[in-house]
Design a protein around this ligand. Structure first.
Ligand SMILES: O=C(CO)COP(=O)(O)O
Ligand SMILES: [Zn+2]
Length: 210
């Protein structure tokens, strides 16, 4: 896909996420790997709801920012994940309501914050490892995400007391995965007082194979 089409699609999907409440204010950032090895990334401090292609920051094939809009302060962790996950073509970081609520709970299992009870969560994401809290923009987020990405073959990571990072092979898939995961977290809160039938290990491995 051309850089211009990638930029248009990135802005359209960011606006769609914003309109539907997946991001508010200036929170969240999204990046796409380009065919030439460079990246498009949302600018720091801007709203995902009002982006145009000219607002996007560009990273060249050597990994240097191109003069123009300043990239997200989280681009270091996007870049680190792209480097250790060659299958990832896009990354979405959101402070979406239910996943962020989940990230604020005490005593989360760092191996997996959400036990599977629906198939699409398993099929799109796998499970949800947790990265300890660091202030937004801290280099430790990139370091710990790389460790987690090497240890867990999943498409999302929860940042404790902050939000979520979701991967996809392209921008549409990354956004779909983020929406599915946010919906799963919403269901988990709706069902908090109910007796959930969790998927069995056999059911999970059947899905993981598909
Ligand atoms: O979500 C954010 C920080 O974690 C937003 O930061 P940026 O505006 O720099 O992308
Ligand atoms: Zn954030």
């Amino acid at each position: 896909m051309s850089d211009a089409l990638n930029a248009d699609l990135l802005c359209t999907l960011c606006q769609s996420l914003f309109r539907r409440g997946y991001s508010v204010g200036g929170a969240g950032n999204v990046s796409v790997r380009l065919d030439n090895g460079g990246f498009l990334v949302t600018p720091t401090g801007g709203s995902l709801g009002r982006l145009t292609p000219d607002d996007l920051a560009r990273i060249d094939t050597s990994g240097n920012p191109v003069p123009g809009p300043k990239p997200s302060k989280e681009f270091a962790f996007h870049r680190a994940l792209f480097d250790c996950r060659p299958d990832a073509g896009a990354i979405v970081h959101l402070h979406s309501t239910y996943l962020t609520a989940l990230s604020c709970l005490e005593d989360l299992s760092h191996e997996n914050a959400m036990r599977p009870f629906t198939p699409y969560y398993v099929m799109r994401v796998g499970y949800l490892p947790v990265i300890p809290y660091y202030r937004p923009g801290a280099m430790e987020i990139a370091r710990d995400l790389v460790i987690a990405a090497n240890a867990h073959s999943v498409n999302a990571f929860l940042l404790a007391s902050h939000g979520v990072v979701v991967l996809g092979k392209n921008i549409e898939e990354a956004v779909n995965n983020a929406e599915e995961l946010e919906e799963t977290a919403r269901l988990a809160f709706i069902l908090r007082e109910e007796k959930i039938r969790y998927l069995t290990e056999t059911e999970i491995s059947d899905l993981s194979r598909s």
